[in-house]
Design a protein around this ligand. Structure first.
Ligand SMILES: Cc1ncc(COP(=O)(O)O)c(C=O)c1O
Length: 389
């Protein structure tokens, strides 16, 4: 970060950033953005028009909102196993390819400007997508000349899960697996705060020269010149290094093991979680945790608030408040920051969750007091319902 070069155009920091990304992701054009959602906004604005449909295994909240804001329909096509939190499946992040083929057949390829795959599937429990599934999605897309884009936020964790769980990959490095994964795609969006191990930043990649030009034009309007895209030179440098460190096996092993430690401990005491434990987070199944609170009274919000009140644990609802009618589950995500916690921190989290678990029957539902027209969960205000209402 100390060698960050702040030249407006053509800085060596950008060259290092671009080269590092191209060495892993392999795309022709690399466009820096200040966050992942800026990459999403530019992608959808360039590629989508009103009435289009964008299938994904599960759209993340900002992805869904940016897609809908561009006038397109964000369609989630997870496999049916993904809808059962307690069910164990090695690749619960997979897309339902039969439904994808069916949607393309029914709606026509002209209405589908791109297909996306989110690796790992954040809103679906941080669950990985298998290489076989990515290949299958690619084949369907290729048949209809539809580009495939990857939401790459947790690409390194996904690659490591492929190594651990998919036959034929045990002897490959996460980096080799990542290269194969991206070789099936036409581009990607990335939030570098995740598997870029950086404090801020993101990028957008594509192999299409024409699309890249349109994306860069839009980038200049709101983000900055295409060699910095709203980032300081030090951020470009941090991402250039972070992407490589995220692919180190020791790091991935430690990360996935510490997440599983939390999940297995609370599950062992009966706490319902999305199984198996995901890469970056444990997801509590709030509907099963608080069966007396119906989805319209936001069981995920009730549980997240209770964990904060009990032990200062800050987590997020991924459910009815976040996705409204599109919510298939009410989850509470305990995302684990990289390289922050020790075992004793995690043990403290276990204790707090178990304390709340023991008094779960007394936790009230919530009702909305204020909501914004989109991405309402970022700024909504809610109040607890009285026990008799
Ligand atoms: C899967 C996924 N996509 C997109 C984003 C948005 O990225 P950012 O927060 O950098 O805008 C996130 C952030 O959590 C994410 O996890």
């Amino acid at each position: 970060m100390m060698r960050g070069d702040e030249s407006y155009a053509g800085s060596p920091s950008f060259t290092r950033f671009r080269d590092s990304i191209q060495a892993i992701f392999g795309f022709r054009h690399v466009i820096p953005t200040h966050q992942g959602r800026a990459a999403e906004r530019i992608l959808f604005n360039v590629m989508c028009k009103k009435g289009d449909i964008v299938p994904n295994n599960t759209h993340f909240d900002t992805t869904r909102a940016n897609c809908e804001y561009a006038g397109a329909q964000a369609l989630d096509l997870p496999i049916s196993e993904a809808k059962e939190p307690s069910l164990i499946h090695p690749f619960k992040g997979n897309m339902d390819t039969a439904r994808l083929a069916e949607v393309i057949e029914r709606e026509g390829a002209k209405k589908i400007p791109l297909v996306m795959l989110t690796v790992t599937n954040n809103s679906g429990g941080g669950q990985p997508v298998s290489m076989a599934n990515i290949r299958e999605v690619k084949q369907i897309c290729k048949k209809h000349s539809i580009p495939l884009y990857i939401d790459a936020c947790r690409f390194a964790e996904n690659s490591y899960f492929v190594k651990l769980r998919e036959p034929g990959y045990a002897g490959k490095s996460p980096r080799e697996i990542a290269r194969e994964l991206f070789s099936y795609a036409d581009g990607c969006t990335m939030s570098a705060k995740k598997d870029g191990l950086a404090n801020i930043g993101g990028f957008l990649c594509t192999n299409d020269d024409l699309i890249a030009q349109q994306q860069k034009d839009l980038l200049i309007l709101t983000e900055g010149f295409p060699t910095y895209g709203g980032l300081a030179g030090r951020d470009l440098e941090a991402i250039a290094v972070g992407l490589n460190e995220a692919l180190e096996e020791d790091y991935l092993h430690y990360r996935i093991a510490s997440t599983a430690f939390l999940g297995n401990h609370i599950a062992g005491e009966g706490v319902p979680i999305v199984q198996p434990p995901g890469g970056h987070a444990i997801y509590l199944d709030a509907r099963a945790f608080l069966p007396h609170i119906p989805p319209e009274q936001f069981p995920g919000v009730a549980l997240a608030n209770e964990l904060y009140l009990e032990g200062g644990i800050r987590c997020v609802e991924i459910g009815t408040l976040m996705f409204g009618e599109h919510a298939r589950m009410d989850l509470v995500r305990l995302a684990i920051p990289r390289r922050v916690y020790t075992q004793s921190h995690i043990e403290y989290v276990v204790e707090v969750i178990l304390d709340v678990w023991r008094r779960r029957d007394s936790i009230p539902g919530y009702e909305l007091v204020h909501q914004a027209p989109f991405l309402r969960h970022f700024s909504a205000r809610l109040k607890p319902r009285s026990p008799h209402s």
